[in-house]
Design a protein around this ligand. Structure first.
Ligand SMILES: *[C@@H]1O[C@H](CO)[C@@H](O)[C@H](O)[C@H]1NC(C)=O
Ligand SMILES: *[C@@H]1O[C@H](CO)[C@@H](O)[C@H](O)[C@H]1NC(C)=O
Length: 962
C-alpha cells in the first residue's frame, strides 16, 4: 500500500515535471495542418506508382522549344472521342546547360482562368541565354519498344522525353541518367473546374474546413504532384526552411520511421521545434543531390503555392514493378503542390559549385551587402527609448567591443504604425541616428506588412483610397489581426503597389529617417494571428484575380523586394540597400538578408542553426544567420558564449532577444548568477564563503564579457575575408558558409557532417553544442594539413581529431594552401577600420604553396558594378609571394583606389628559417622575425612574421624570402 502511494506520488511528480517541461516547448502543433489534414497531400500520398497514364503526343519543335500534348492513354485508342482536356508540355534549353520543363493547361481548351506563374523571380539574363532548338531525334528503346524524343542540352548532356508513359530526363550523352521526372508514374495534374449548381441551386461541395476556417476553393482541387529521381546520389539537401539536418532524411519507405513530408509553407511558427520537417518562415523549392559516383545535380520547381516533399527511402517502390535503367545509387523524391503550374529546372552540375552557379543563373546572384552589414548587429525587442539606445551604445565603447548596427523592434513606433515614432520614447530620432553615425554606426528599424486599420493613419488612408489591400474571397478588403490589432495587408504582388510602397522610404516620407537608417521586415509570411494556420486565408484575392493559395510562399518575397527598392530609390540612389527579412522565396538572395526566425535559447537550437544556414546558402540565400543567444528564453552563460563563438562565423551576425527575457548585452551576462547568490546571502549573511563566491562570480562576469568580446573581435579581424567571400557569392552564387562537401566533394565522410562548416574555401569551423564539453571530435577533410586559427597548431587532414575543448573559442582552422586577409586593429565599428592596414596569414601546404584573394570597394555604393573595386590574388610559390590583379577593366572604367598597405605577413608551415624579405620592384627589404599569430596571444607558438613590408594593397609586387 505504502509503496503504491509512493509510486503514485512519484508518478504525479513526474507528470507535473513533464507538464512543466512541455509548457516550455509550446509549439502549438494542432494550430497547423499535417499532410493528413491537407486533402491534396493526403490524396497524392495515397497514389500508387504507375498510376499516371498520360502520354506525349503531337511532338514538335515550336519557337525553339520541344512541345507536346499530354493525354491519357485511353484517349489515343479512340482519338475521335477525346474526353480529357490535354496538358501542354514544353521543354526548353538554356545556354548554361539548364533544362526547363513547363506543363500547364491548354489555353485552347478554355480553362476557367489562367493558372498562376510566379513573376519577377527568373532574371532577364536567363531568358536571353535561351538556346533555340532546331530539331529533335527519335529513338526506340529495344527492351520496351517505347519511343523517345531527344534534344541537345549541352556538351555531353541530352534531354529526353519518353512518350508513353511520358517521362522527362537528363542523361549523359547516350549514357547514364542524371535527373528524371515521372519515372515512377506518379504525375498528376488536377485541372481547374467551375462549380455547377444542382437543381436546388446548391454549389458542389468543394469547401475545405480547418479549425473553424473555411476555404471556399472556387476552382476545386488544382494540385500537381510528381516524382523526381536523382541518379548517382548518396544524399539530397536544400528545400529550406526546416529546423532539421542538412542531409534530408527519408520521410517514408521500408525501415524508415514514417514522418510528415517536408513542408514548404511560409508560417509564423511560435517556438518552433528542432528536428522537424515542418514548414517555417521561408520556402525555397530547390533540392540538391550529391554523391560520390556522379557528383552534384539540382532540381528547382518555381511554384509559390503550398508544397510538400517526400524523400523516399531505398526500396519504397519494390512492389511497384517499375525498375529504372540504372545501376547507380539513386534517390527518389515526391513533390506535391496545391496549385500553380509545372515550371521546373534541371541542373546537371557536375560539381557543387556548378549547381550553385546554375541555380543563381536562373534566380539571380546574391547582392553584395554594404560592409557594415557584414559586421556585428545588436538587437533586442526592445530598446526602450533614446536613453536606452545611448546607454547601450556607450557601453560597447566602454567595454571595447566593436559593433555596427543597433536595431529597434516594433515598440519604437507610434502604436505599431510603421514609418512613425513613439514621440515620447523617441522624440529625436534624427539626432539619435546622427550620434550613432558619428561613430560609423547604423540603425535598423522594423517595418512589417500589417497596416493598422486606423483612419487617421496616413498609410492606411492612402492604401484604402487606392484599393491597395489584399481582398477576401468576397472581394472586400481583408481584415486580419496582428500586432497593431485590426490590420490589412498591401497587395505586394502588384508592381504598382510595390512602387507606391517603395516611395514611403524616401527621407521626406519616412519622417525621422536619415541616410544611416536601414530596414527589417518581420511577419511577412504573412503572419495573421487570427487567420488559418496564423496566416492569410488561401482564398483571399490578389492583383489579377490570383488566389492567395497560389502566391502564398512568395508574398514575403515581394514585400522584401518593395522595401529594398525603397531604400535604393531614396537619396541619391547610390546606396546599397540593407533589408533583413524573415520570409524568403527563390530569388530572395538578390534582395537582402534572412534570419532563421524565432529560435530558442537551447543547445539544440544552437546546433540546428548550422544546418539551417547551410541549407539556405545552398539554395542561394548566402546572407543568413540565426539569432545569437536564442530569441525565446534565457541562455545560460556558457550557451550564450558558445553562440557568440559560432555566430561570429555566420554570414549574418546578430544578437537578438524576446522582450520577456533578461537583458543580455555582452557586458551584462552573468548577472543572473549574482542574483542567485543574493538569495543565498540571506542565509549566509556576510559569511566568508559568500564574499569569495561573489568575487569568483564578478571575475566570471568579466571573463564572459571578455570571451564574447574576443568572439566579436574575431569577426572584425576577418571582415576583409568575409567581404571577399560576399563578393564571390555575388559573382558565382557560391555561398559564404558552405557544407564541407562543397569544398571536398569526393570525401564521403563530409556528406552528412552538419556540425562543422566552411567559411569560404579557407576556414573550417566546428560548433560546440553541449554544456561543459571536455572534448570535441572534429573531422578535418582532405589530404593537406589544417592550422588552428588561434594557436597555429598543425593538424593532419583526412581524419577525425579528438580535441580538448577550450573556453576561448570553438575549434576553427585555416586550410593549408590558403591565404587569409585580416585587419588586426580594433575600432568601434567596421566603418572606422576602412583605412587600417592589412595582415596576410599564409598557411603553406605540403608543396610550400598557398593562394588567396582580397576584394575591396567603397563598401557602400553601386560603383563596384561599374568596375570601381580592387580585386587581388595572392600567390605564394617558390619562396615568393606575389600580388596579382584580378579586376577586369572592361566593366566601365570606374575606379576605386585605396592607400591601405599590408603591414604584416605571417607564414605558417614554412620549412626553412629565412632572415630577410626582398621586395620587388623597389628592391627594399623587410625584416623577418618570429612573432605570434595574434598580437594579443596569451599562448601559442611564434611564427615567421614579415614586419612592416608596407606593401600597397592595390599594387602589383613580389616579396622574396631569403
Ligand atoms: C552583385 O550585386 C549587385 C547589387 O549589390 C547587383 O547589382 C549585381 O547584379 C550582382 N552581381 C554581379 C555579378 O555583380
Ligand atoms: C598547395 O596549394 C596550392 C595553392 O593553393 C595548390 O595549387 C596546390 O594544388 C596545393 N598542393 C597540394 C599538394 O595540395
Amino acid at each position: 500500500m505504502k509503496t503504491q502511494m509512493r509510486n503514485l506520488t512519484l508518478l504525479l511528480f513526474l507528470l507535473l515535471l513533464f507538464l512543466l517541461c512541455s509548457s516550455v516547448l509550446s509549439w502549438k502543433k494542432e494550430e497547423f495542418r499535417n499532410c493528413n489534414q491537407t486533402p491534396f497531400c493526403k490524396r497524392a500520398r495515397a497514389r500508387n506508382p504507375g498510376s499516371c497514364s498520360l502520354s506525349a503526343r503531337d511532338i514538335r519543335i515550336e519557337n525553339g522549344d520541344l512541345k507536346a500534348k499530354l493525354l491519357p492513354r485511353e484517349d489515343h485508342q479512340n482519338p475521335d472521342q477525346v474526353h480529357s482536356k490535354p496538358l501542354i508540355l514544353s521543354l526548353s534549353v538554356n545556354g548554361d546547360g539548364i533544362l526547363r520543363l513547363k506543363i500547364d493547361e491548354d489555353p485552347n481548351s478554355d480553362p476557367p482562368k489562367k493558372r498562376f506563374e510566379v513573376p519577377d523571380v527568373i532574371v532577364e539574363e536567363f531568358d536571353r541565354k535561351k538556346l533555340w532548338l532546331q530539331r529533335h531525334s527519335t529513338e526506340v528503346d529495344s527492351s520496351s519498344s517505347s519511343k523517345s524524343s531527344v534534344v541537345f542540352l549541352s556538351d555531353g548532356y541530352e534531354a529526353v522525353l519518353r512518350h508513353d508513359p511520358f517521362e522527362v530526363y537528363v542523361r549523359e550523352k547516350g549514357g547514364k541518367r542524371v535527373i528524371s521526372l515521372n519515372s515512377h508514374g506518379l504525375f498528376d495534374f488536377e485541372q481547374l473546374k467551375v462549380k455547377k449548381q444542382d437543381d436546388n441551386g446548391d454549389d458542389e461541395d468543394w469547401e475545405e474546413k480547418f479549425r473553424g476556417h473555411t476555404d471556399t476553393r472556387p476552382f476545386g482541387s488544382q494540385s500537381i504532384s510528381f516524382d523526381v529521381s536523382f541518379y548517382g546520389a548518396d544524399f539530397v539537401y536544400g528545400i529550406p526552411e526546416h529546423a532539421t539536418s542538412l542531409a534530408l532524411k527519408p520521410t517514408r519507405g521500408p525501415g524508415v520511421e514514417e514522418s510528415e513530408p517536408y513542408r514548404l509553407f511560409n508560417l509564423d511558427v511560435f517556438e518552433y521545434v528542432h528536428e522537424s520537417p515542418f514548414g517555417l518562415y521561408g520556402s525555397i523549392p530547390f533540392m540538391i543531390s550529391h554523391g560520390k559516383s556522379r557528383g552534384t545535380s539540382g532540381f528547382f520547381w518555381l511554384n509559390s503555392a503550398e508544397m510538400q516533399i517526400d524523400v523516399l527511402g531505398a526500396g519504397w517502390d519494390a512492389e511497384s514493378g517499375i525498375s529504372l535503367p540504372s545501376s547507380q545509387s539513386r534517390i527518389d523524391t515526391f513533390w506535391m503542390s496545391e496549385a500553380g503550374v509545372v515550371d521546373a529546372f534541371f541542373f546537371i552540375g557536375p560539381g557543387p559549385k556548378d549547381v550553385a552557379r546554375q541555380y543563381t543563373s536562373v534566380t539571380g546572384m546574391p547582392s553584395l551587402p554594404q560592409l557594415f552589414a557584414t559586421a556585428y548587429h545588436q538587437c533586442r525587442w526592445n530598446y526602450r527609448d533614446e536613453e536606452d539606445v545611448e546607454n547601450v551604445d556607450s557601453k560597447f565603447d566602454e567595454h571595447d567591443i566593436p559593433y555596427d548596427v543597433l536595431w529597434l523592434d516594433i515598440d519604437h513606433t507610434d502604436g505599431k504604425r510603421y514609418f512613425t515614432w513613439d514621440r515620447v520614447l523617441f522624440p529625436h530620432p534624427e539626432e539619435m541616428q546622427r550620434k550613432l553615425s558619428a561613430k560609423g554606426r547604423h540603425m535598423v528599424t522594423i517595418v512589417d506588412p500589417h497596416i493598422k486599420r486606423d483612419d487617421s493613419y496616413f498609410l492606411h488612408k492612402e492604401a484604402s483610397q487606392k484599393g491597395y489591400y489584399v481582398k477576401d474571397a468576397n472581394g472586400n478588403v481583408y481584415d486580419g489581426w496582428c500586432w497593431p490589432g485590426s490590420s490589412s495587408y498591401p497587395d505586394m504582388l502588384n508592381p504598382e503597389i510595390r512602387s507606391w510602397w517603395a516611395e514611403k522610404f524616401s527621407f521626406e516620407n519616412y519622417v525621422g529617417s536619415t541616410p544611416s537608417l536601414y530596414i527589417w521586415n518581420d511577419m511577412n509570411e504573412p503572419s495573421v494571428f487570427n487567420g488559418p494556420e496564423v496566416t492569410m486565408p488561401r482564398d483571399a484575392l490578389h492583383h489579377g484575380g490570383v488566389e492567395h493559395r497560389e502566391v502564398h510562399n512568395a508574398y514575403g518575397y515581394y514585400f522584401h523586394m518593395a522595401t529594398s527598392d525603397g531604400l535604393v530609390k531614396r537619396g541619391d540612389g547610390n546606396d546599397r540597400p540593407f533589408v533583413l527579412s524573415r520570409a524568403v522565396f527563390a530569388g530572395s538572395q538578390r534582395i537582402g538578408a534572412v534570419w532563421t526566425g524565432d529560435n530558442t535559447a537551447e543547445w539544440e537550437h544552437l546546433r540546428v542553426s548550422v544546418p539551417m544556414i547551410l541549407s539556405l546558402g545552398l539554395t542561394g540565400m548566402s546572407f543568413s544567420g540565426a539569432d545569437v543567444g536564442g530569441f525565446f528564453g534565457n541562455p545560460e552563460t556558457e550557451l550564450l558564449v558558445r553562440w557568440y563563438q559560432i555566430g561570429a562565423f555566420y554570414p549574418f551576425f546578430r544578437a537578438h532577444a524576446h522582450h520577456d527575457t533578461k537583458r543580455r548585452e555582452p557586458w551584462l551576462f552573468g548577472m543572473a548568477l549574482k542574483y542567485g547568490v543574493g538569495c543565498a546571502a540571506g542565509v549566509q549573511l556576510m559569511s566568508f564563503t559568500f564574499i569569495t563566491q561573489v568575487l569568483v562570480i564578478m571575475q566570471n562576469l568579466e571573463r564572459n564579457t571578455e570571451l564574447i568580446r574576443d568572439a566579436i573581435r574575431m569577426r572584425y579581424m576577418l571582415l576583409p575575408y568575409f567581404y571577399t567571400l560576399f563578393r564571390e557569392a555575388n559573382t558565382t552564387g557560391v555561398p559564404v558558409a558552405r557544407p564541407l562537401w562543397m569544398e571536398f566533394p569526393s570525401d564521403e565522410a563530409t556528406f552528412i557532417n552538419d556540425e562543422a562548416f566552411m567559411v569560404g574555401n579557407s576556414l573550417l569551423v566546428q560548433g560546440i553544442y553541449s554544456e561543459r564539453a571536455k572534448h570535441v571530435s572534429v573531422y578535418l577533410p582532405g589530404k593537406e594539413s589544417w592550422y588552428d586559427l588561434r594557436t597555429g597548431a598543425v593538424y593532419k587532414g583526412g581524419m577525425t581529431h579528438k580535441l580538448e575543448v577550450t573556453e576561448e573559442t570553438v575549434p576553427a582552422f585555416q586550410r593549408a594552401g590558403t591565404i587569409i586577409p585580416r585587419k588586426d586593429r580594433f575600432r568601434r565599428s567596421s566603418t572606422q577600420m576602412v583605412n587600417d592596414p592589412y595582415t596576410l596569414v599564409i598557411a603553406l601546404n605540403s608543396s610550400q604553396k598557398a593562394e588567396g584573394e582580397l576584394y575591396i570597394d567603397d563598401g557602400r555604393s553601386f560603383a563596384f558594378t561599374k568596375g570601381a573595386y580592387i580585386h587581388r590574388r595572392f600567390v605564394f610559390t617558390d619562396g615568393k609571394l606575389m600580388s596579382l590583379n584580378l579586376a577586369t577593366s572592361a566593366l566601365g572604367g570606374a575606379q576605386f583606389s585605396s592607400e591601405c598597405v599590408i603591414e604584416r605577413i605571417i607564414l605558417l608551415g614554412h620549412s626553412a628559417v629565412p632572415k630577410i624579405a626582398l621586395i620587388e620592384p623597389d628592391d627594399k627589404t623587410a625584416e623577418i622575425e618570429l612573432g605570434p599569430l595574434f598580437l594579443k596571444s596569451r599562448r601559442g607558438n611564434d611564427f615567421l612574421t614579415i614586419r612592416r613590408p608596407n606593401l600597397p594593397v592595390a599594387g602589383d609586387w613580389t616579396i622574396k624570402i631569403l
